[in-house]
Design a protein. Structure first.
Length: 400
């Protein structure tokens, strides 16, 4: 049985701080906005939907107490609609869609809503604590370091320079500016409003005019913690072939902290017939892959190759890739590992330009690549993200 994507919706992304436009908007509101909009756009009978699966990384305060069910209650779909919230760190939004696809392909469900949400201005990253980073009995034997140190370790191990990373970041912004100006984000809700008052109309973090020269003045973000807190020594202890950590990542070539939500409508053929709508794509293959938790962010390549191998595909069979821009070195390493060129990767910019709302990003990227496949009349796309703790996730879709 096939699992189809019937539609995708995302909000605009707001800067994830107190000055961000979406700071006054709760994550429940953002999630509910997506649920209502996907229902409106498809004239969807809400009784056909079994469940809402939402990825959310920091599940405390506004995002605690199963925000998926909270959004289901607020959505107006009816009391029958269930909700479950999951956390696979940065891969959560894509994991939600993959789990929905698994439900559909197994025959246990006909139609689900899956995506993610993260309000990083209201619920600070790391607010939920956790033994992975705070319990010495876990962190010390695991050689656990902050993600920024892992990103700088990748750059040091594979020889990516500060200029390489800043050039990649500059291109991310340039592509996002073009995509914004040409209205390429068809799956995006163009306006977030409250009672008719417009709060945000575009992805807030895109910076026209970003240049390598401008970025060169930014100070490395992780050098002090690496040197003063001893994390460089921890990383080198695990990777002694790296003589020193070259701290090359900063706020301009790392993913921006933002707020946002996204939802996909995933179902089988019978659900589409009941809704009276045609699917936009089918989910061809999914994969996860575990990696060393010290370097942590290298799972994209092996997860992608695993997903391709499951269905007898090669990287050259994929028309467009969306690789989450957690850090510039992560994408450079992933492209090298997979064996692909930048001209088919993140063609409308990525998280360095637009931001990375942790639990939502994977679902957003599904919509982004599907929009672009349709615009270019291409067929296949691959969405992939690195994940904290040492994981990678990948999903292959094909237009129908």
């Amino acid at each position: 049985m096939e699992a189809y994507i019937y539609d995708t919706i995302r909000t605009v992304r707001g800067k994830g701080n107190k000055k961000g436009a979406l700071n006054t908007i709760t994550p429940t509101y953002l999630s509910t906005l997506c649920l209502k909009e996907i229902r409106r756009r498809n004239d969807l009978d809400p009784t056909l939907v079994d469940d809402v699966i939402l990825g959310c990384v920091t599940q405390v305060m506004d995002q605690g107490s199963n925000i998926a069910k909270t959004a289901a209650i607020k959505s107006g779909y009816g009391d029958h609609l269930c909700g479950v919230t999951l956390n696979r760190f940065c891969g959560s939004g894509l994991e939600s869609i993959n789990q929905a696809a698994a439900y559909v392909k197994s025959g246990f469900s006909e139609l689900l809503l899956a995506g993610g949400v993260e309000s990083m201005s209201r619920v600070k990253m790391g607010s939920d604590g956790g033994a992975l980073f705070l319990d010495p009995s876990v962190a010390l034997p695991g050689h656990i370091v902050p993600q920024g140190i892992s990103a700088d370790l990748i750059a040091s191990k594979w020889g990516y320079t500060r200029n390489d990373l800043d050039a990649f970041a500059t291109e991310s912004h340039r592509r996002a500016v073009v995509a914004e100006s040409e209205g390429r984000f068809n799956s995006r809700i163009s306006v977030v409003d409250i009672n008719g008052v417009v709060v945000l109309e575009r992805d807030e973090n895109i910076r026209p005019g970003t240049s390598v020269e401008g970025l060169s003045g930014l100070q490395p973000s992780f050098q002090m913690m690496g040197e003063m807190a001893g994390f460089d020594a921890v990383a080198i202890g695990k990777y002694p072939e790296v003589e020193f950590i070259n701290h090359v990542h900063h706020a301009g070539n790392s993913s921006a902290i933002v707020d946002g939500a996204a939802i996909a409508l995933v179902g089988n053929k019978i659900a589409g017939e009941k809704m009276g709508i045609k699917p936009r794509a089918k989910i061809v293959s999914i994969a996860i892959y575990g990696t060393d938790p010290t370097i942590m962010l290298t799972g994209i390549g092996p997860a992608t190759l695993k997903a391709l191998g499951k269905v007898g595909m090669k990287p050259s069979d994929i028309d467009l890739f969306e690789i989450n821009e957690a850090f510039a070195a992560v994408v450079l390493r992933a492209m090298e590992h997979i064996g692909i060129e930048q001209d088919i990767v993140n063609v409308n910019g990525g998280a360095i330009a637009m931001g990375h709302p942790l639990g939502a990003t994977g679902a957003m990227l599904v919509g982004t690549v599907l929009d672009e496949l349709e615009r270019r009349d291409l067929s296949t796309g691959c969405i992939t993200l690195c994940i904290g703790g040492g994981m990678g996730i990948a999903t292959i879709i094909e237009r129908v």
